[in-house]
Each structure stands twice: as C-alpha cells, then as structure tokens.
Design a protein around this ligand. Sequence first.
Ligand SMILES: Nc1nc2c(c(=O)[nH]1)N[C@@H](CN(C=O)c1ccc(C(=O)N[C@@H](CCC(=O)O)C(=O)O)cc1)CN2
Ligand SMILES: NCC(=O)N[C@@H]1O[C@H](COP(=O)([O-])[O-])[C@@H](O)[C@H]1O
Length: 232
Amino acid sequence: MTGTSGISGVSEHSEEKRCRVVVLISGSGTNLQSIIDSAAGENSPYAVCAVISNKAEAYGLTRAQTAGIATEVINHRDYPDREGFDSALIETIDQYQPDLVVLAGFMRILTPGFVRHYSGRLLNIHPSLLPKYQGLHTHQRALEAGDREHGATVHFVTEELDGGPPIVQATVPIEPNDSAETLAQRVQVQEHLIYPLAVQWFAEGRLRMNGERAELDGQPLPPCGQRIDSRA
Ligand SMILES: Nc1nc2c(c(=O)[nH]1)N[C@@H](CN(C=O)c1ccc(C(=O)N[C@@H](CCC(=O)O)C(=O)O)cc1)CN2
Ligand SMILES: NCC(=O)N[C@@H]1O[C@H](COP(=O)([O-])[O-])[C@@H](O)[C@H]1O
C-alpha cells in the first residue's frame, strides 16, 4: 500500500463538519474529477478525503494528487482472494473515517463483508439504465439489443452486483451510427452531472437507503430512481 496526504474541498478556515468522502477508482477518473470539482465550491456539503485505486496506473490518481487529495494504491493481485483484498481496502478506507464511500469506475466485485461494512453509505455509478445490463460491456449490449435509449444509474451498492436501489438515472438517445465508444462518451457527459448530485444529496442528509428502496427527503424514490432526461 502506498499513499500521499491531503484533503480537497475543505477550506482551511472551514469550521462546519463536511461529509467525508472516500472515492475508489480503477481508471481514468472522469467521474472522480466531476466529484472533486463539485466539492471545490465554498458551500460544498462534502469533501473528498482520499482516493484509493486497485491499479497504480490509474490516471484518476494523478487527478487526485493535482487536487491535493490523499491517494492510496491497493493492488488486488497482491492478495490471495477477494476477502483478503477487501479487508485491506476496509483497513485503509477506515483510516480516513468516511461518511460515504463512492465507487467511480472501480472495477472489482466487492464481497458481502465489505458491502455490509459500508451498508447504506456505499454508492456506485453504472453505465446503463438499471435494471437493464447489469455487469460489464453495457454500451455494446445496448447497441446489439437495438435499444433506442441508454444511460447511467447511480445506486446504493448491495451484495447483488449492480442490483442495489437506484437513486438517479440519466437517459441519452442512441444514434443510428453509434459505436460503443461514441455512446459511452454521450453517457459519461450525463454521469458527470448525476454523480455529484447524488453525493450532494447524501452529504446534505437528504438521501438514505431504506431496505430495498432509496429515499430522498423521506419519500421513496421510484424503482429506477429519479429520472433526468438529457433531452429535457
Ligand atoms: N458487491 C458489489 N460489488 C460491486 C458492485 C455492486 O453493485 N455490488 N458494483 C461494481 C461496479 N460495476 C459495475 O457498475 C462492476 C465492476 C466490476 C465488474 C467485474 O466483473 N469485475 C471483474 C474484474 C473486471 C476487470 O478487472 O476489468 C471481477 O471483479 O472479477 C462488474 C461490475 C463494483 N463492485
Ligand atoms: N461496471 C462499472 C463501470 O463500467 N463503470 C463505468 O466505468 C467508467 C469509469 O470512467 P471514469 O474512470 O472516467 O470515471 C464510467 O463510465 C462508469 O459508468
């Protein structure tokens, strides 16, 4: 495990307690960047305290270091099994005393023990309109199915892979000449809007997980979460 130190989104003179967020990544970190940028505001209700990657080459680590945020690398290949990796993750994450753990392009399936440890304060963004296309390669699957629309979902993480209660969804049209790459780019524009929104809702105490449903301001959200249409 290797790391640097620092906290972003918390001004030196900040007295109020901001929601402490730890972000897990595996790659480019564009969703991380949108969350960092959103936390930079003077009145942000949250601060990114640390970014942890299972891949040392993840560009998201550079994004975090540029923002003065502590970084850690925990390589899943250094552990004999998922339980060992997840235990090391928990030990490192908890050093930062998070109120919320955010998966932002984190590409490892987490064990039931990890999910239970952070139950109700663990979010993920998935590149499909859940419950459609759980798992990987979602853009290609939507194209091959001939879908006319696609999108992304922010959801609470549960033991069921990509099966947790949706919080917010953004839809995008699928164009006739789309490739998986062009569709992914269109989806990511919306991801960068809805993920900071969901993190802010949680940090403001407005969002909670209540069994199988997510609640916003005490009201159950629809089964697909709050819908945001990019064409609106
Ligand atoms: N228990 C849970 N773990 C994770 C969830 C979840 O909802 N419950 N969400 C995923 C994020 N995700 C899709 O949004 C996802 C990530 C990774 C995989 C996957 O098959 N990973 C492989 C390795 C793939 C690779 O290294 O490229 C694996 O772990 O063997 C599927 C879906 C995060 N975890
Ligand atoms: N199943 C998880 C998954 O596929 N997540 C997807 O990985 C990308 C990460 O991009 P980023 O590293 O630039 O945020 C995002 O598009 C996210 O939806």
